[in-house]
Design a protein around this ligand. Structure first.
Ligand code: GLN
Length: 190
């Protein structure tokens, strides 16, 4: 299996290592034709405005939208989730607009740069996921056809799935818990 990782900016190396640890290939993706041979794609965390600007200059926006709409599994984490969202609260930021969700950037305040907490992810079973949040967004609206995947103890939505697309507000690639990468790999295996 080949799970590409968008390698323009941000935490792509950590995702590549996580994917390799679960036994799949993880080629870096920077150009549209590199999307052709993939079974799935990860859009990493980083800075969403930079990632989107770079995607435009590399001609990736339309190509990626077409592949995702044709069924290519895509998992966006943190800034990657913002790229997938159809709407960013209080902003007219041009995203890929592939998932019917509204996200709030820097949702946990600027003072709290990062924190780790147990998140409930029923699709993975009873054991909570140790989620690391770094200047993280949250999901404030989930459209029809979008399922909630992960929530904080107070009910705030921090992960969801819409068919072949997964959006996570946190960074699953920087913990040793690879269950979410395995979940995505099994989605890509169909
Ligand atoms: N705050 C960043 C953004 O808005 C996301 C942070 C991250 O990906 N860790 O793009």
């Amino acid at each position: 299996m080949r799970i590409g990782v968008l390698a323009l900016q941000g935490a792509f190396a950590e995702h590549m290592s996580a994917i390799e640890r679960i036994g799949a290939e993880a080629p870096p993706v920077r150009l549209p034709d590199q999307l052709d041979s993939l079974d799935g794609l990860v859009i990493p965390g980083g800075e969403s405005t930079s990632i989107l600007t770079l995607m435009k200059s590399f001609g990736l926006v339309q190509a990626l939208r077409e592949r995702a709409q044709a069924g290519l599994p895509v998992m966006g984490t943190c800034a990657g989730m913002i790229c997938l969202a159809s709407e960013v609260s209080g902003s007219d930021m041009a995203t890929l607009a592939l998932m019917d969700i509204t996200v709030d950037r820097n949702s946990f305040g600027r003072q709290i740069d990062s924190f780790q907490t147990a998140v409930s992810v029923p699709a993975l079973g009873q054991e909570p996921f140790p989620a690391v949040f770094i200047r993280a967004p949250s999901i404030s609206r989930v459209g029809e056809g979008v399922g909630v995947m992960a929530t904080l103890p107070d009910g705030v939505v921090v992960g969801c799935r819409q068919a072949n697309l997964i959006a996570l507000a946190f960074h699953p690639e920087i913990t040793d818990d690879l269950r979410l990468h395995r979940y995505f790999l099994s989605l890509a295996m169909g």
